[in-house]
Design a protein around this ligand. Structure first.
Ligand SMILES: Nc1ncnc2c1ncn2[C@@H]1O[C@H](COP(=O)(O)OP(=O)(O)OP(=O)(O)O)[C@@H](O)[C@H]1O
Ligand SMILES: [Mg+2]
Length: 618
């Protein structure tokens, strides 16, 4: 039936009974009208109306209900449906309505279970239960005011609402469905749009991320490349330094052989036993000899330096008497101390005791330093002192102090570099190439010590050599050394039938040929190691004079091949070398019977060697 409106001041806007199917339509239309009047939007009106009609159907199945429309505070539109009996809590209409609007059900009826839930048969609700009250509520827009005036207005609107025919109601519901579908589609479109936006954002974030990581990678690559370049430069620097050392060594070595030959030939020309020269010729040859000696000194300096630098200089350690070293220094340098205003003082400070080191190398270092001091001092003195130092007295310090021109602070480290010479007015008058100090420092390091310099321009310089008293390198200067008596010439020169001279320098072979002219019936020559071995097999000699530095197969290899061959093993070998280091050791490598220094080659030395070869003969 239609809505029955109260005229009373009750809060209800409208009240109606629900007893038949058309009443459900009416309730629905009132709900929509109330929603519209209370300011709910279209979709909410439909939700509200639909929920009420769903519940209404369940209430009808349970025997009918009373429905009150109310406007509440806080502002909300509510519908209270009081069923005549119990509506089961799991009734489909109740559940569907719960999805559309907020609703409270009280008291909660027991679930009907089975077919009863569908609400078919009347009175299916549990008998004896309190009737169900369902309240649907929809809050109004924020700021809505609920007062009596408003209620009155709504009451009038609802009273004027004319129930529609079922056909009209169907049309309305259809259009509601259409608009619900449209709303759904809009929502879906909105969702799609949001998704696309999200995706876009994600893409942006990804792009940013990959750009950042690309940048990071780029930076990393740069750092790696930078380090690589640094390493490469370091390697290049080391290589350049090695190349310099190699260059010095090979150039000086290549120079040494011809210079030695010139020296030997000049000596032979001056030999009183040789052809006589005119005075003029003698004077010229003496000049050649003097210049060649200078040249040889330079070449030797270079070679020494490069050997010290490449670690190929092996110190020969022995017990060294410091007093003897100082005396020797005095003897060899006093002739250089020719400036009238300069005094050379060499002294031992206290009892220094013996030192275990390489005497020749130490002598060279000190001669270099004192030579410099004398060169660069015009007034005052050059003082050399030796003293025992170190906390435990385990070092010996040689100090070379002068009152000369001194060295500026910028030059103090530079003077230890090859060929560096500080500018001074004295350089025009002095000789030198700038190799003395670098060599001296390398040698000091080689002997386990150091060379330091303190100097002040115009006041003088102090060079300090500090050496360990016992260079704890292998102590190879053993007692056996004494057994190697120095070469002494025999009474009458020894003669051999065949001698083989192996050297790649034809000038040197010629020198040897002359020296052996009266000592051997035949002198054979070989220019390299392979030729030497062929000659040895073809015509075994009584003695071989062997140069160690040979092209192709070198002297050492020739010797080991000979040692492994029973036919050649017993042929005595004399090593001929430019290295005074080898000669100081007395014996060459392997089975050599003697070592001859090219530098001091003489008839006497040859005779002494031949005497030793003779003595070894079985
Ligand atoms: N006692 C010193 N007083 C002042 N300057 C010195 C002294 N010793 C060395 N120097 C400076 O150091 C430079 C290098 O010395 P170094 O001994 O290496 O070479 P050199 O004496 O010029 O030549 P070389 O020693 O090769 O004959 C000298 O040219 C000189 O400028
Ligand atoms: Mg010098």
């Amino acid at each position: 039936m239609g809505a029955r409106h109260h005229g009373s001041p009750l809060p209800e806007l409208a009240t109606m009974r629900l007893d038949s199917e058309p009443d459900v339509f009416t309730a629905r239309q009132l709900a929509r009208a109330a929603g519209a009047a209370a300011g709910l939007d279209g979709p909410d009106q439909v939700r509200f109306a639909t929920a009420l009609s769903e519940i209404g159907r369940e209430a009808l199945a349970a025997g009918g209900a009373r429905i009150d429309f109310v406007l509440r505070n806080p502002p909300a539109l509510a519908v209270v449906l009081t069923a005549d009996r119990v509506i089961p809590a799991d009734a489909a209409g109740l559940v569907a309505a719960g999805r559309l609007v907020d609703l409270t059900v009280s008291p909660t009826g027991p679930a009907a279970g089975g077919a009863g839930g569908a609400g078919g048969a009347g009175g299916a609700g549990g008998a004896g239960g309190a009737p169900t009250v369902v309240t649907l509520a929809k809050p109004l827009a924020p700021g809505a005011v609920v007062d009596d005036a408003r209620r009155t207005r709504l009451r009038q609107i609802l009273a004027a609402t004319v129930p529609l025919s079922p056909a009209d109601e169907l049309r309305v519901q259809n259009s509601e469905l259409v608009s619900a579908l449209a709303e759904l589609r809009d929502n879906q479109n909105e969702l799609l749009r949001l998704n696309a936006e999200l995706e876009e954002t994600n893409r942006g974030v990804l792009a940013l991320y990959s750009q950042l990581s690309a940048e990071l990678e780029e930076t990393n690559r740069g750092v790696v490349a930078l380090y690589g370049e640094l390493d490469e430069r370091g390697i290049a620097l080391t290589r350049a330094n090695e190349a310099k050392t190699r260059f010095l060594r090979s150039v000086s070595h290549e120079l040494r052989a011809p210079v030695n030959s010139v020296l030997g030939l000049a000596r032979l020309l001056l030999d009183p036993a040789g052809d006589s020269l005119t005075d003029e010729q003698r004077r010229q040859v003496e000049l050649i000899l003097a210049s060649t000696k200078d040249l040889l000194t330079l070449v030797n300096d270079l070679l020494d330096l490069s050997k010290a630098e490449s670690g190929r200089l092996e110190p020969a350690l022995e017990q060294v008497d410091i007093r003897a070293v100082l005396a020797h220094l005095d003897g060899s340098l006093r002739p250089l101390a020719t400036r009238p205003g300069v005094e050379l003082v060499i002294e031992e400070d206290g009892e220094v005791g013996p030192l275990y080191t390489d005497e020749t190398l130490l002598g060279r270092v000190l001669r270099n330093l004192v030579g410099n001091a004398l060169k660069f001092t015009e007034h005052g003195e050059v003082r050399v002192t030796a003293a025992r130092t170190g906390d435990a007295g385990d070092t010996v310090t040689f100090v070379v102090r002068d009152t000369g021109i001194g060295i500026s602070a910028e030059d103090v480290e530079q003077v230890f570099e090859e060929f560096y010479q500080a500018r001074s007015h004295l350089h025009a008058r002095t000789r030198g190439t700038g190799l003395g100090l670098p060599y001296a420092r390398r040698v000091c390091e080689l002997l386990g010590g150091r060379l330091d310099l303190v100097s002040e321009l115009g006041r003088g310089s102090t060079f300090t050599v500090t050496l360990p008293r016992d260079a704890d390198v292998c102590h190879q200067a053993d007692a056996e050394e004494g057994a190697d008596s120095p070469l002494t010439p025999g009474e009458a020169p020894v003669r051999v039938s065949t001698a083989l001279v192996v050297d790649d320098d034809p000038a040197f072979r010629m020198t040897m040929r002359r020296l052996l002219a009266d000592r051997a019936d035949r002198v054979l020559e070989a220019g390299d190691g392979h030729e030497a071995l062929a000659a040895l097999h073809a015509d075994p000699p009584d003695v071989v004079f062997l140069d160690l530095m040979l092209p192709g197969l070198d002297g050492g290899e020739v010797m080991s091949t000979m040692g492994a061959d029973p036919a050649l093993r017993d042929i005595p070998v004399v090593i001929v070398t430019w290295s005074d280091h080898d000669t100081r050791r007395g014996r060459g490598p392997g089975s050599a019977v003697a070592v001859l220094a090219k530098l001091t080659l003489s008839q006497r030395a040859i005779d002494a060697v031949l005497a030793r070869v003779d003595a070894l003969r079985p």
